[in-house]
Design a binder for this molecule. Structure first.
Ligand code: ATP
Ligand code: MG
Length: 374
């Protein structure tokens, strides 16, 4: 089976590096049934495009999250193999690593460490949102941590990896609220030297870079765009798309850009912070976010540059960022190329379609949803 040979390969890699312990193991279905109380509904953490995720506890007391493929098909087998291969290779403090997998009969399951503070989504807009557990220090650590994780995928993993589905539910939080970027199921390896791969569109509307949504061009800069949206979401507590009325939606960038141009950074901050944030850091986050979420991919920074800017390591580069043409008072709702883009984040594009079909769908959706027109 395809993924078995990949695992042997991953195992071999570890042996080559002189690691004594394998970084993963194979679980039996029986063990996972007993850990999750037979995949009991009460154990369910949530459901995504790939399947359902269950909380579980192993015989040694350790807590796990088990992702169970909802439909078994050739397509799902491919995604499973892709996720498993990538996760088995990639190890970084800010990436959710694989603990093991199970493949028995028709069942395909992936086992991760359980992240006790769940996802960023649950704190920003979900079950924990009213508890205000994310103070500014935590938010800043999550921002830097997730940037480190994505930078690792783009610049240090071999071969480089595009995530393709960066969003709040895919940033998990450990017991110390450190960020762990999860879900590499949509990622594909980029061959060395290639600038982008044209591929079927996968991802979540609201975070999708326009060239990816419309032309299916996936590259690292698509992740940079999604990360920019995520930064604004973390700073403001707002969703990527806000419903203004029955027919109009406003993207988070269209809302934040005029405020940034007028240097009203405090108005971008999440009201739940009660004004308690480091102003310089907030300004940096907002400016970097907007530079990342520009419509033209060639104008976006790399994740290495993003990380440097977020950490405020270079005063010169920060000054350059602040004087970028993007922040020279555009009309509200317009980006620097005169376009405005609103997408419908309520729909998850879980179905793989042909790129052409997807382009048509997305264009139609944008035209009908966008009050300004494209
Ligand atoms: N290791 C984990 N620890 C705790 N919660 C988890 C873990 N893995 C996933 N979850 C949560 O389970 C839910 C379902 O996750 P899943 O990845 O299937 O869907 P998603 O992130 O909403 O969408 P996508 O399929 O695009 O990733 C999410 O709320 C996610 O944050
Ligand atoms: Mg996920």
């Amino acid at each position: 089976m395809a993924f078995c040979s990949m695992f042997c390969c991953a195992k071999g890699l570890d042996r080559d590096r002189g690691k004594k312990q394998p970084t993963w193991r194979i679980f039996s279905l029986k063990e996972l049934h007993s850990a999750t109380n037979n995949f009991n509904y009460d154990n369910k953490l949530g459901e995504g495009g790939f399947g359902s995720v269950y909380w579980g506890q192993l015989w040694d007391g350790s807590q796990i999250a088990v992702k169970r493929l909802k439909v078994w098909s050739n397509k799902a087998e491919m995604e499973f193999a892709v996720e498993v291969e990538i996760l088995a290779r990639v190890r970084h403090d800010n990436l959710l690593s694989l603990r093991g997998y199970c493949a028995e009969g028709q069942e395909r399951l992936i086992v991760y460490d359980y992240m006790p503070n769940l996802s960023l989504l649950s704190h920003l807009h979900g079950q924990h949102s009213s508890e205000s557990l994310l103070d500014w220090t935590r938010r800043m650590n999550i921002i830097i941590g997730s940037a480190e994780g994505i930078t690792y995928l783009h610049h240090h993993a071999t071969p480089h990896i595009i995530h393709r589905d960066i969003k709040a539910s895919n940033v998990l939080l450990d017991s110390e609220f450190r960020a762990r970027v999860a879900d590499f199921g949509f990622a594909k390896f980029i061959p060395d030297g290639a600038t982008h791969v044209t591929t079927r569109v996968k991802g979540t509307l609201g975070y999708l870079a326009p060239e990816y949504a419309m032309l299916g061009k996936a590259s690292e800069s698509c992740d940079v765009y999604s990360f920019g949206i995520l930064l604004l979401e973390i700073a403001s507590g707002k969703k990527p798309l806000e419903k203004l009325n029955a027919t109009t939606k406003r993207s988070i960038t269209d809302w934040a850009l005029p405020l940034a141009c007028e240097r009203k950074f405090n108005e971008v901050a999440d009201p739940r912070l009660n004004g308690k944030c480091v102003e310089e850091e907030l300004k940096r986050v907002v400016l970097v976010a907007l530079i990342c979420a520009q419509n033209q991919p060639e104008k976006r920074p790399t994740m290495l540059e993003v990380l440097e800017l977020l950490k405020g390591e270079s005063k010169e580069k920060l000054a350059e960022l602040e004087s970028n043409e993007l922040f020279k008072s555009p009309k509200a709702g317009e980006y620097n190329d005169g376009t405005s883009l609103a997408e419908d984040s309520s729909d998850f594009m879980s179905e793989e379609k042909d790129t052409k079909e997807e382009v048509k769908d997305v264009k139609e959706e944008i035209t009908s949803e966008n009050a300004h027109g494209v």
